[in-house]
Design a protein around this ligand. Structure first.
Ligand code: JFZ
Length: 589
């Protein structure tokens, strides 16, 4: 009797688990361990590769149909030329594997509406409409299965420039007549069902540009995914907060640890889909540094490649992937399966990750004087080593200087690794660190707006990167508490960030005529924001900040409270104060 009861309970429980009762937490496990994935943007747009009728079309390659306003009837003709004879799914998967990437995501259908899989829902697909007459998604799924590589599909659920009822094509169709719900139910959902029914286990569906999708529609779509494959993840761009995890803006790395699951999609050059003219490749060093930094903030790094119309991943991308793979071979322990940094803020020298009783210090700026210092670790350190170095462990000393924990490591005078050198610290117990904002060993105090306090009634918004927007009113303020350890004179710097323009740094916008006031205890300084130089942001090297000196204050050690306000706000560009950080830099005697 009792046994029957238990069996029944188990049966009910297992039914629940195998349906959509699979919780978000269950689904996320592999994703949290993976940290590094390969994104593939591949479609008909690889044929024009950025050029239409002899003209270079500005912007990202996969948007060419939109940017050049190519009529559906003309764009469709590209299908007849699509014949990627070099396509070899096994080789792509091996490339990803050798790069240390733990999942792959490929465009099953991008905004152009062309399915890169054999779809029964629409003849506008790679199997039926091209001389290739193969299903690359099926081939990739098989290769991924052989190599135990999780595979996900990008699916553009809202924009579809091929369909009158899809969103985005304003040059062929009248948006006022579009019935988006019809498109969603007659093309998007049926195709998503195909993807989840015909290709084995799907790791995730990467929806994008939610735009006009309603909350009910996003939910319906997420439910379709989770009902067909309870383990399949849905990214945040499904819209209306219905994803299992969130995506940042493209190529955007947040300034602090985020307490939810997230991923940043990143281009290796400046385009997603292949574009012949785009040779602006990020260095392998930049990519490796970003990967470690993203992991330290609890995110995943989804690095894109845009294969050619022949089916080849461009050589510069392959080279960078190989370099990332080589770095990860030695240093992967600092990336895979790690927890984010226990510190809420960034370090100027690099990024921290954690696993069990270990802290990994990913050092980008290696000290020149043979000594590396870290404040705030209260555990006893058992051992310190540099990953990949056969030498004896590093010598170190822990002390309580001026009442705070300080760790000093003796390190080689040259960086062991030019990209990121990883110091692994074995601790007694799981890391316990001081999470207050404190003066760093180099004497600086960095106060990012994402870590500051805003007034209760504020119109200010602070972006993921810690940049304020909407600061158009002199009643606004940002405040911080911090600990200073050393008395002295400090230059007060403001770092503001220009608004990105369409064409890189030269076209970025920066407000003139802002004046800030900084109050620390009973000391007040104010200064107009001048352009005192550009400072590169090591994490986001493409968008440097502008540094402005506000004045010098002399401070005693102890707890301090700092308030920044705007006394004047420039009105020319209506950008307000785009403040990222206030920094105190010791004035050398
Ligand atoms: C979208 C697509 O339009 C693009 O073609 C590519 O697939 C990319 C990965 O995603 O573009 C976006 C979407 C969101 C932002 C920027 C570009 N964003 O939030 O900053």
């Amino acid at each position: 009797m009792r046994r029957i009861f238990i069996t029944t309970i188990c049966l009910i429980a297992s039914i629940c688990v195998s349906s959509s009762a699979e919780t978000n937490q269950d689904r996320m496990t592999w994703f949290r361990d993976a940290r590094f994935g390969m994104f593939i943007h591949w479609g008909l747009y690889a044929i024009p590769a950025g050029e239409w009728k002899g003209k270079q079309i500005p912007g990202i390659g996969e948007w060419i149909m939109n940017r050049a306003k190519i009529p559906v009837a003309e764009y469709e003709q590209l299908a007849k030329q699509f014949n990627p004879v070099d396509f070899d799914a096994e080789r792509w998967v091996r490339t990803a594997r050798a790069a240390g990437q733990k999942y792959m995501v490929i465009t099953a259908k991008h905004h152009d509406g062309f399915a890169m899989f054999h779809s029964k829902v629409s003849k506008y697909n790679v199997y039926d409409a091209t001389p290739f007459h193969r299903d690359p998604i099926a081939e990739l799924a098989a290769a991924c299965k052989r190599n135990h590589m999780p595979l996900g599909f990008y699916y553009s659920q809202t924009q579809d420039w091929h369909e009158p009822d899809g969103n985005g094509n304003t040059w062929d169709f009248d948006p006022a007549k579009a019935n988006f719900d019809k498109y969603l139910h007659e093309k998007a959902i049926p195709q998503v069902r195909e993807l989840l029914s015909n290709y084995g286990p799907v790791a995730l569906i990467w929806f994008d540009t939610p735009r006009i999708i309603t909350e009910a529609q996003s939910k319906e779509l997420a439910d379709v995914v989770h009902t067909l494959q309870p383990k399949c993840l849905v990214d945040g761009r499904i819209g209306n907060d219905k994803g299992d995890y969130r995506s940042t803006g493209d190529n955007e790395i947040p300034v602090k640890v985020l307490d939810y699951d997230w991923e940043t999609p990143v281009t290796t050059n400046d385009t997603w889909g292949f574009k012949t003219s785009d040779t602006n490749w990020k260095s392998a060093q930049t990519l490796i540094r970003q990967l470690v930094d993203v992991a330290s903030k609890n995110g995943n790094y989804l690095l894109n490649v845009g294969p050619t119309s022949k089916g080849d991943i461009p050589k510069p991308a392959i080279e960078r992937l190989q370099q990332a793979g080589a770095w990860l071979k030695t240093n992967g322990a600092a990336v895979y399966g790690v927890k984010p940094s226990p510190y809420p803020y960034e370090f100027n020298w690099g990024s921290v990750t954690a696993k069990g009783d270990r802290l990994y210090l990913g050092v980008v700026e290696w000290p020149k004087n043979g000594s590396f210092e870290l404040y705030g670790v209260s555990n006893r350190v058992r051992k310190a080593v540099v990953l990949g170095e056969k030498n004896s462990p590093l010598k170190f000393k822990q002390s309580k200087t001026d009442g705070h924990d300080a760790l000093r490591l003796e390190v080689p005078s040259n960086a062991p690794n030019p990209d990121v050198s990883v110091i692994a610290l074995d601790l007694e117990g799981t890391p316990s660190v001081n999470t207050e904002l404190v003066q760093q060993p180099d004497g600086r105090v960095t106060l990012n707006c994402a870590l500051g306090k805003l007034p209760a009634e504020t119109k200010l918004k602070v972006s993921n990167r810690g940049i304020t927007s909407g600061w158009l009113d002199t009643s606004e303020k940002v405040q911080w508490d911090f600990q200073l350890y050393r008395p002295g004179s400090y230059q007060v710097l403001a770092r503001t960030t220009p608004q990105r323009g369409g064409g890189g740094w030269e076209t970025s916008l920066w407000e003139q005529g802002n004046e800030l006031q900084v109050t620390i205890g009973d000391k007040k300084i104010s200064h107009a924001l001048g352009n005192d130089g550009k400072i590169a942001d090591a994490r986001n090297p493409l968008t440097p900040d502008i540094k402005s000196q506000l004045g010098v204050v002399s401070l005693q050690p102890g707890a301090h409270h700092l308030t920044v306000e705007a006394l004047k706000i420039g009105s020319e560009r209506k950008l307000g104060v785009r403040l990222r950080e206030i920094e105190l830099v010791p004035v050398s005697e």
